[in-house]
Design a protein around this ligand. Structure first.
Ligand code: SF4
Length: 283
């Protein structure tokens, strides 16, 4: 019988769970609810919420639909503050579901800037959270490696997007400590969210201990992709699936054990479906 191991930390993280519950409760009350772009990066969950009545607007559109009787919910990783201001002008209500972890990071970056630090952020330029942080402190320089940090000033601070990998962050902060600290005042703040850190630890454990590893989540979810990349390096039999229908039974030839981990936007019901499907395999 196939041994199924599930990561200790799985399903929605608390930030995503909070945002989804806010939207759900408004929809159940009959409120017209909009989000900017996707509330979360999971096609299955977005389909469910859309069927309940959730609508979406594109922040880049010059003209939005009439929002004067609508409530707009801000997603967990935030939006640029100028968009937030425009929404407050156009919508009846704006509810900010930005995760408290992201708000704490944005406050820390603001305070570092006020204290004269040049700010570097380990992150992906196009990620929603980075767009939000760059709108709070315009001078933030987004980097993905130490080599991108050049011509530093006398006081520099390094932060991380909340969903980045700890190995990449440690590499940059280690190098900065060796090369730059003699010349500058250096502030290093590991601002990676503890939920994603724990998932990284779990995925490493499962990828090493199980024959096959399943990462469950949206293909456009940055933290899901990160977990997949980490696991794939440790276990070549690693697969990224959105839901149980994407699992191919042939992957399980001569497999005795499977480890399951998920991105932070993956609902628990999808994990349950996957476990149910795996239990039907004749192994
Ligand atoms: S991953 Fe962390 S920072 Fe991002 S929404 Fe979830 S709890 Fe908040």
């Amino acid at each position: 019988m196939l041994k199924i191991e599930i990561a200790e930390e799985i399903g929605f993280c608390f930030g995503v769970d909070r945002a989804v519950k806010i939207v759900e409760s408004l929809l159940y009350k009959g409120t017209k609810v909009y989000v900017t772009g996707e509330l979360i990066h999971n096609a299955d969950e977005m389909k469910r919420l859309t069927e309940l009545g959730l609508c979406s607007i594109d922040i880049n559109d010059e003209k939005w639909p009439d929002l004067s009787t609508a409530t707009v919910v801000i997603r967990a990783h935030g939006i640029p503050i100028e968009v937030f201001e425009r929404l407050k002008d156009e919508a009846q209500n704006v509810i900010d579901a930005t995760c408290p972890v992201v708000i704490t990071l944005s406050d820390s970056i603001k305070s570092a800037e006020e204290n004269g630090f040049e700010i570097f952020l380990y992150g992906h330029e196009k990620h929603d959270e980075v767009q939000h942080l760059k709108s709070v402190v315009k001078q933030v320089k987004v980097v993905e490696s130490y080599e991108e940090i050049k011509n530093v000033s006398k006081k520099i601070a390094l932060f991380s997007q909340t969903t980045m990998d700890i190995d990449g962050f440690s590499k940059i902060s280690g190098k900065l400590g060796e090369e730059v600290s003699k010349l500058s005042t250096l502030l290093i703040k590991n601002s990676i969210c503890h939920v994603t850190l724990q998932r990284e630890r779990e995925v490493k454990r499962l990828a090493k201990s199980d024959d096959l590893c399943l990462i469950v989540g949206g293909k456009n979810s940055s933290n899901t992709k990160k977990l997949f990349d980490i696991a794939k390096k440790l276990n070549t039999r690693t697969y990224l699936v959105l839901d149980s229908t994407e699992i191919n039974e042939k992957w399980f030839d001569s497999v005795q054990s499977v480890g399951i981990c998920s991105g932070t936007s993956t609902p628990q019901r999808i994990i349950n479906d996957i476990v149910e499907r795996l239990r039907t395999f004749k192994i």
